[in-house]
Design a protein around this ligand. Structure first.
Ligand SMILES: [Zn+2]
Length: 470
């Protein structure tokens, strides 16, 4: 059964008749679904001028609910045609450090011709909610927004300030995020940030919850250009040296190169705890690596698994290639883009030196395209783990909460670089990696997972604002 969720319509019938699911939403759930449909309808792709209107729409909801203009601010970044939104939910105790809740409004583009559903209209089909951004990261925005609005309506008072920070260009330049610390310096006082854009609940193939990935660190995103030049000439008289061949020889060397194995307390905890959930040789090898990160047979085995391998070392991979200027001319230049995900504690200079060594002898130069900021891992906080465990208790009881180093990067990196410990705690549960379609075609979130995430954020936010849930 398929139906498009219309904006501005009562959604009562959606889940009860025409589009029935296993979980019927209550009033709060229905309002949140409507807000999610509204969120998807804003094409918040870079360059489409929809982020600021969406930010203002969200702000209007907070103001209508009783937040003051000074506690609900939109910051416009005109040159990039984007905005951020910062909401402050004032706490009663000024001595207590604030907590930040973090999400982003922008999405990666989606081509309607590639999709089975219109990407910028939320469609409900077979228990799933389809639409660009439904997973990354609009369900996070909506779950937090609807929770805070309900808290306000219920007269809830947090003990400490809660800041809800919604950025506008996480998927591209992250300039709205970098500016926040000048625009709202109080954010620098935060005890920690909880990021709705990282972390994940993992379901098994039978849709039973298996574990919760709590993201405590992320690799640093860096990009290099590898290039070479040549005098060129007529292609009827080939020279011995050739820009394209030299670059491809260098890339061949890079393909075979492996960065040194690395570990942190969190990655070893990840391997040790995940090992207990995975039967057979995979679990055994994970346990062996956790016990001894120099265990060569464990390294060799886990290296065959791309997701695990990415948690053991820096990776660099060629992603784009350019070269030559005419069909009948020897190439005068060739260049490749190499994207790296740098392990915590490793510097850009170290990575550049290792790549240079790996491709030596081919006359190919290497330069970073920008200077990434260092992104220290956040030490696992017992109180955050306790709050997340409590929030999971009703729907996902007793599953382990396991620290996770993500190979992808988010706004969390910028918060960590500013000295704020940041934890990825998204409340979505999906079969991983099969159902993770962020940035891809037919992005969806199981409707049930979305509705359960409302309860999750309710308990989590109450808990971190130091009022026990009732
Ligand atoms: Zn995201």
């Amino acid at each position: 059964m398929r139906c498009t969720i219309p904006l501005g319509f009562a959604l009562i019938s959606l889940f009860s008749s025409a589009c029935a699911t296993e979980t019927d939403p209550d009033e709060h759930g229905q309002a949140a679904l409507e807000m999610l449909a509204e969120a998807i309808s804003f094409e918040t792709v870079a360059g489409r001028s929809q982020v600021c209107p969406y930010a203002r729409t969200l702000k209007a909801r907070f103001v209508a609910a009783g937040f003051s203009e000074t506690d609900a601010r939109v910051f416009e970044l005109q040159e990039d045609d984007t905005c951020s939104l910062v909401i402050r939910y004032p706490g009663s105790d000024e001595e207590r450090k604030p907590v930040v809740l973090l999400a982003h409004m922008d999405v990666v583009d989606a081509l309607p011709e590639d999709w089975s559903y219109p990407p910028f209209e939320m469609t409900h089909d077979d228990g799933r909610l389809y639409g660009r951004g439904v997973l990354d990261n609009k369900s996070g925005i909506v779950a937090i927004t609807s929770t805070l609005l309900r808290f306000k309506a219920d007269g809830f008072h947090p003990v400490r300030d809660i800041y809800f920070v919604v950025t506008g260009d996480e998927e591209t330049m992250a300039r709205t995020t970098r500016r926040l610390f000048v625009q709202v310096p109080e954010l620098l006082e935060a005890e920690y940030a909880l990021n709705a854009d990282a972390g994940l609940g993992v379901l098994g193939a039978d849709r039973k919850p298996v574990y919760f990935q709590l993201q405590t660190a992320e690799k640093t995103y860096a990009t290099f250009e590898l290039s070479t030049t040549n005098p060129g000439g007529h292609s009827s008289i080939p020279r011995r040296d050739n820009a394209i061949y030299e670059l491809s020889s260098a890339l061949g060397q890079l393909q075979g190169f492996k960065f040194p194995i690395r570990s942190t307390d969190s990655t070893l905890a990840y391997f040790r705890e995940t090992a207990q959930l995975i039967p057979g040789v995979v679990g055994e090898q994970m346990a062996a690596f956790a016990a001894n990160p120099s265990d060569e047979s464990a390294i060799e085995f886990l290296d065959q698994m791309p997701g695990e391998a990415a948690m053991m070392r820096t990776t660099c991979v060629a992603t784009m290639l350019r070269g030559g200027h005419a069909e009948n001319a020897l190439p005068q230049s060739a260049s490749a883009t190499v994207n790296c995900r740098i392990f915590p504690g490793v510097s850009l200079v170290q990575v550049q030196a290792l790549i240079a060594e790996a491709i030596e002898g081919h006359g190919v130069s290497i330069k970073p395209l920008f200077q990434p900021s260092a992104n220290p891992p956040s030490e696992l906080s017992e109180s955050v783990v306790a709050a997340v465990s409590l929030a999971l208790q009703r729907d996902y009881a007793d599953i382990p909460v396991i620290p996770y180093l993500s190979p992808y990067s988010t706004d969390g990196a910028i918060f960590r670089a500013n000295g704020i410990p940041t934890y990825g705690v998204a409340g979505q549960f999906i079969i991983y990696p099969e159902e993770k379609r962020s940035h891809g075609r037919d992005e969806f979130l199981p409707g049930e997972s979305f509705l359960k995430s409302l309860h999750y954020w309710d308990v989590l936010i109450r808990s971190v604002s130091h009022e026990t849930p009732d």
